[in-house]
Design a protein around this ligand. Sequence first.
Ligand SMILES: NC(=O)c1ccc[n+]([C@@H]2O[C@H](COP(=O)([O-])OP(=O)(O)OC[C@H]3O[C@@H](n4cnc5c(N)ncnc54)[C@H](OP(=O)(O)O)[C@@H]3O)[C@@H](O)[C@H]2O)c1
Length: 293
Amino acid sequence: MSKVIVFGASGLLGASLVPMLRARGHTVLAQSRGPGADLCLDPSDRTLVAAGLAEHRPAAVVNLVAATNVDLCETQTELAWEANAGVVAAIADGIDACGGEQSFRPHLVHVSTDQIYDGAGPHAEKEVHPINVYGLSKYTGELLAARVGATILRSNFYGRSRCAGRVSFSDWLVHSLREKTPITVFDDVKFSAIHIDTMCDFIVRSIELRPAGIFNAGCRDGISKAGFALALARALDLPSDNVKVGTSADMTLKARRPLDMTLQVARLEAALHLQCPSMLKEIEHTAKEYLND
Ligand SMILES: NC(=O)c1ccc[n+]([C@@H]2O[C@H](COP(=O)([O-])OP(=O)(O)OC[C@H]3O[C@@H](n4cnc5c(N)ncnc54)[C@H](OP(=O)(O)O)[C@@H]3O)[C@@H](O)[C@H]2O)c1
């Protein structure tokens, strides 16, 4: 079992990852800029990050810090670049400062996004084509993380949020289904997103196995967002009369969005010695989680 620093631990993914790491016996230091964090510091401050790593000597570092609001990134570009690339540069520099093979060198697990793809999927890792500031800044973060031999997981996830004030895609769907709120879901947008628990499991395995490189972390297949919404409604045994199936053209957003974010996952399966789940399995797992609320 090892010591792990989780940067960006206060967010949607961190709120599930930190307890899972602790449950599996790892010692976790949760970083946030907010009060009450184990490591309360600005993660874009290279001096503070390097000092934190030198003091705590973790075996692994997980970076979850990001500006994740895709439309906000399009207009507040400085914020996007600082969170999605500047922070990664600070962490990579801090790891470099830890020294080479003879002393300790933490392994970085960096989380990225399926928003760096465009065009027809399922995408292999080399098919990079970001079409918005979020995607471009996240891709730049990947390049900075790769410099220190990181495991880079390109993903998208859903599941019940354990983070106050953060609502996941499935939280929004389930709430709308239960409250019968009219919503529109797109049948021209496809993804291979996984449940948060599956993503956390991939991160834990990456800490343990330390594969270097970029890996798509998703389901073996894909589904449209409309297909996902209707399948989740069926699995929850909820009526879906309030769900309108539309297309992305029905909505005007500030940032362009890729339509097909489906992923090829063979590289991850080989690196982590596992089989990625199917969408159906993840939807059933998601439904069970909400039914047990
Ligand atoms: N959410 C999704 O659906 C999704 C989909 C695909 C990929 N991802 C990726 O998954 C990872 C985790 O996402 P998440 O949804 O858990 O993230 P999140 O909740 O939006 O944010 C994570 C944390 O980042 C910190 N942060 C944000 N802006 C910052 C800034 N300018 N400077 C320093 N710290 C900042 C915040 O911590 P404090 O304010 O407490 O410091 C925040 O709690 C990210 O790499 C994201 O790109 C997310």
